[in-house]
Structure formats: structure tokens, C-alpha cells
Write a protein that binds this ligand. Structure first.
Ligand SMILES: [Zn+2]
Ligand SMILES: [Zn+2]
Length: 246
């Protein structure tokens, strides 16, 4: 295991030094990360002066009310996001999940790492990263788990342990895209399980996209039940209310 980790770190260090192309505009960049202009475009929504929920990072309307946190009391302490799910950030998610461009996971985790490092309060330096488990169907379809790829790169960037053997799914459910808000809330509860490895630990759940937050919340509840001391969510893209279909 240690040998494999050191090989991955070595490979990651080589990649970071190699020139590559910005995945959005093709400009030559270091390690194939985004060029500064594209990074600004992708993360622009985070810098807008619009209010954002301090717990789940949802962009709020002018009344400052968060419908996702109102729908349920979240079991996570806070969520940190890299950008809102909107163009052109959606292209990066598409490249990773649909086009299977695995190196884009490193680009996304790099954006997320910046936000985590800028977050307050600072993370405990032994925070355990746990990717949200993919369904068997999506694993079969893609051949990899986007959340696990992002979490692995994030662990490398933040020097935090990433564990893929702690969370698991009990059974399969209908694809979430076909479910409404209430179905998602009900479906997330009881779907996931967690080993006792989290007892007494600070934990961060890692995922690619967060819509209503029901999945993240269902897992956070399970992780807390297993004894975690604190639970955060690290999510690449947060879907704004106006971008949802349910
Ligand atoms: Zn670019
Ligand atoms: Zn909220």
C-alpha cells in the first residue's frame, strides 16, 4: 500500500511539472491545470457579492433564506464548494464524467483545494476524506468513481488521508436525476453505511456535484452515528436553485 502511494505521489509530482493544455481553452499550462482566465470564469460565481448559506453554500435570494437547510436540519457542519454548477464549470464536470478524462479530476480537486485552504475555521490536519460511494450502475457504466478520483487528488493536494473503504451503499435505488426532492430525502436515508473507522475523527465527505444536499446529509447522519467528531462536505459544484429541475 505504502509503495503504491509513493508511486502515485511520484506520478503526481511528475504530472504537476509537465506542461499540459488548459482543459477549456487549450492554452499551454503547467500540469494541464486551468489557465488563469478560465479559472476566473469557472470560479466567478464564488466571488460575486451575493449572499450564500454559511452551512450548505447555496446561493441565497435577497431574503437570505436557505430552502435546503429549511427542508431539514443538516447533519454536516459546513460545505465548501469550488464553484456553482454553471457554465463553463459544467464543461469540466462533463469532461470527467461523460468523456472519462480522468486528469480533469486533478483540475477540479485543485480548485476545491484552494477553497478548502481558504476556509475558516481551518481544518484539523488529520481530517479524513471520504468520497461519496458511486452506485454499482454508474461504476459499471463509467469504470471509475468521479468522487473517488477527486478525493484522491484532493488528499494529495491537502496532505490528508483519503479512505475509500469506510463508506458503502446498502442497496441500489432509482437514479437520482429521476427523483424529486422528497424522494431524494427519503432515498438517501438508509442507503449508505459507514464503518467504525470514523469514531472520534474529523471527516470530510467528498463529491462532484451537490444538488439538494440530501445525499450528503444522509451520509453525514450515518457518519455521525458511527461516532465522527465533525463532518464537512467538500463538493466541486453546488447547483443553484435556478439550475434545478425539481
Ligand atoms: Zn483556459
Ligand atoms: Zn443552507
Amino acid at each position: 500500500m505504502a509503495h503504491r502511494t509513493s508511486l502515485r505521489e511520484w506520478f503526481g509530482a511528475i504530472l504537476a511539472c509537465c506542461p499540459g493544455d488548459c482543459p477549456l481553452c487549450g492554452t499551454r499550462t503547467s500540469g494541464g491545470l486551468l489557465c488563469p482566465d478560465c479559472e476566473l470564469e469557472v470560479c466567478r460565481s464564488l466571488f460575486a457579492m451575493t449572499p450564500r448559506c454559511v452551512c450548505c453554500a447555496l446561493v441565497l435570494d435577497r431574503h437570505g433564506d436557505c430552502p435546503d437547510c429549511r427542508a431539514r436540519q443538516p447533519h454536516y457542519d459546513r460545505v465548501i464548494v469550488a464553484f456553482d454548477y454553471a457554465f463553463p464549470g459544467t464543461l469540466l464536470i462533463h469532461q470527467l464524467k461523460r468523456q472519462r478524462r480522468l486528469l480533469v479530476a486533478r483540475v477540479l480537486s485543485s480548485l476545491l483545494a484552494h477553497q478548502v485552504q481558504a476556509g475558516f475555521p481551518a481544518l484539523a490536519n488529520d481530517t479524513m476524506l471520504l468520497p461519496v460511494p458511486a452506485s454499482r450502475n454508474s461504476l459499471r457504466e463509467r469504470g471509475f468513481s468521479p468522487a473517488a478520483e477527486i478525493a484522491r487528488h484532493l488528499g494529495h493536494a491537502l496532505r490528508l488521508p483519503c479512505r475509500t473503504d469506510v463508506l458503502f451503499r446498502h442497496h441500489e435505488s432509482a437514479p437520482q436525476k429521476q427523483q424529486g426532492r422528497q424522494q431524494r430525502l427519503a432515498g438517501a436515508l438508509g442507503l449508505y453505511g459507514c464503518s467504525r473507522a470514523v469514531a472520534g475523527c474529523d471527516v470530510a465527505l467528498v463529491d462532484d456535484v451537490m444538488t439538494t444536499g440530501a445525499t450528503l446529509d444522509g451520509i453525514a447522519a450515518v457518519v455521525r452515528q458511527a461516532g465522527a467528531r465533525s463532518v464537512c462536505g467538500f463538493v466541486v459544484a453546488r447547483t443553484p436553485l435556478r439550475g434545478r429541475t425539481d
